[in-house]
Design a protein around this ligand. Structure first.
Ligand code: AMP
Ligand code: MG
Length: 426
């Protein structure tokens, strides 16, 4: 069977059509550490104050500020030490005029005290010597500096107020948010499910990475770069191995993938124009799949559609085409499925260090190393831009975007670059 390609789609049209097939996945309850980098599906309202009680911000002495108003190194104020409070202890004493409590950071401020004088501003050596270790504090301390009311005191609720909405649905959880959830006593939280992504390599020439390379064979690298990309962008790879270019094997492997409750199906190779038609035939028979020509280089052929209701993206086989098509289409789809609103690459303008030709008439994604010097970013290409040169992806930290209509970018001119390792934006 031959499939007549539709007219060439722009990258934007292709992306729009891909995204029309996906939507945010349902929420699930996940332990907070497994919620890292995922999107919160509920508002979080604090049901306690943080900190829960007034406590000391310093190691020192809890005092009545009015007692030490006149304190100075020349004329220290002498206070009787009536007790000791470590973090975690509850006060069982009251600071009356002329007394102080030795207190550690995080310990509750005892009743009567309204300020903490740091150890550095006291002299406890002469008076407390000998009884500190015994835990009996009947000695005295010399206060060398005044403490303003409230000095070194942290108030209950100064971080978070009970009743306050601290995190909004839609927030991407970073380590700080995980810590906040822990401080509020949430062992689990509702987040969007991670997409389970089936990955199927196709081709008679492929051998698995542990197999010897026979004549005419190459290793199945796409399965691994695709699985690594799925992991990197928050999905769960479901690896299906290699399907041979036969109707029976392809059908069986696709069915095996669909049986594993996947949210997205990725195939590799067999979608280009000159290909032996088996992959296209099988995809065509099993689902509503379109075979597109996208106006980009590398990565012109792309198959997109639904198979058993599951969105499928058929990536081209060449290792670089596969990775760039993943970057342009699969990554955004996966981000949307995770409930992320931020999935666009940051684009910056860079000065090119050499002439770059684009005779393809398509949008050319040039692998490049972008570095910053002062206020300006500069790009040099990674060398050979062939779609099989996987080391060009190894070297690159950016894709230069040479427009479809531009045949030449001269050394010193500006072009747009998509930064591959920068956080995605809205
Ligand atoms: P195709 O799209 O089937 O025409 O494949 C294009 C090129 O990609 C060929 O040189 C294939 O050998 C190569 N290729 C296909 N699948 C893989 C794979 N899983 N890993 C590495 N290279 C591949
Ligand atoms: Mg092939």
């Amino acid at each position: 069977m031959s499939v007549v390609p539709e007219r060439m789609l722009s990258v934007e049209e292709a992306l729009e059509r891909v995204l029309s097939l996906v939507r945010p996945l349902p929420l699930e309850e996940a332990p907070i550490l497994e919620a890292l980098d995922r999107v919160l599906g509920e508002d979080i309202v604090a049901d306690i104050d943080i900190p829960p009680f007034q406590n000391s911000a310093m190691d020192g002495y809890a005092v009545r500020s009015e007692d030490v108003r006149e304190a100075s190194p020349a004329s220290p104020v002498r206070l009787r030490v009536i007790g000791n409070l470590a973090a975690g202890q509850a006060p069982d004493m009251e600071v009356l005029p002329g007394t102080a409590v030795r207190i550690m950071t995080g310990a509750p401020i005892p009743p009567g005290a309204d300020a903490v004088v740091r150890f550095e501003d006291t002299d406890e050596g002469r008076t407390l010597e000998g009884n500190l270790h015994a835990g009996v504090h009947t000695g005295e301390v010399l206060i060398m500096r005044p403490a303003a009311p409230h000095e070194n005191v942290r108030d209950a609720g100064e971080d978070v107020r009970r009743g306050e909405r601290v995190l909004a649905a839609g927030t991407v959880l970073r380590p700080a948010e995980v810590g906040l959830l822990a401080s509020l006593g949430h062992p689990t939280v509702r987040v969007h499910r991670r997409p389970r992504v089936a990955i199927l390599a196709t081709g008679d020439e492929l051998v698995d990475i542990t197999e010897p390379l026979g004549p005419g064979k190459i290793r199945n690298s796409n399965e691994y770069s695709n699985a690594a990309l799925v992991l990197k962008y928050g999905g769960v790879p479901v690896r299906l191995g290699i399907a041979r270019d036969s109707v029976a094997d392809l059908t069986a492997k696709i069915q095996a993938g669909l049986a594993q409750q996947v949210d997205l199906f990725i195939t590799s190779a067999g979608v280009s124009v000159g290909d032996y038609d088996v992959v296209k035939d099988v995809l065509h028979q099993m689902g509503r799949i379109h075979f597109w020509q996208v106006c980009m280089k590398p990565g012109k052929p792309l198959a997109v559609g639904l198979i058993d209701g599951v969105p499928l993206i058929g990536l081209p086989g060449n290792p670089v085409s596969s990775m760039i098509s993943f970057e342009q289409f699969v990554r955004p789809a996966m981000r949307v499925m995770q409930g992320r609103r931020t999935w666009r690459r940051q684009r910056i303008q860079v000065v090119v260090d050499e002439d770059i030709k684009n005779t393809s008439g398509r949008r050319h994604f040039i692998r490049a190393v972008v570095t910053r010097m002062g206020e300006q970013y500069y790009a040099r290409t990674t060398g050979d831009q062939g779609s099989g040169i996987l080391t060009s992806m190894v070297k690159a930290n950016a894709l230069l975007i040479i427009p479809e209509t531009q045949r030449l970018v001269r050394k010193g001119e500006l072009v747009d670059a998509e930064m591959l390792d920068w956080p995605e934006v809205e």
